[in-house]
Write a protein that binds this ligand. Structure first.
Ligand code: SF4
Length: 97
């Protein structure tokens, strides 16, 4: 599991570095999601989104491999993805508003 967590961390950090979004400034929450992604990979074979249900359909499930197909729309709308992992560059945590 330690290796899977390291792989999940690399995946999300690389994505945040190369893409238009950032990691949630709440690093404890990021750690939690990374652990959950590692669990999904261990149990289900891919880094499936920890906050979405798997179906029995591989094509449908492929859409929720992190970073999922839905996060762009979610971040455009709410500034944060459904798992609260990736945020927009202008995202401000509720407590800091
Ligand atoms: S909602 Fe966020 S954490 Fe979940 S798969 Fe999509 S991008 Fe990854």
């Amino acid at each position: 599991m330690v290796q899977l967590e390291a792989d999940a961390r690399k995946l999300v950090e690389d994505y945040a570095e190369s893409g238009p979004y950032e990691l949630n400034p709440d690093s404890k929450h990021v750690d939690k999601i990374i652990k959950a992604l590692a669990k999904r990979k261990s149990k289900n074979g891919f880094f499936y989104c920890p906050c979405r249900m798997l179906s029995d359909n591989k094509e449908t499930d492929a859409k929720i491999i992190c970073p999922c197909e839905y996060h762009v729309e979610e971040i455009e709308k709410d500034g944060i993805c459904s798992c609260d992992l990736f945020v927009s560059q202008s995202y401000k945590p509720a407590s800091a508003v």
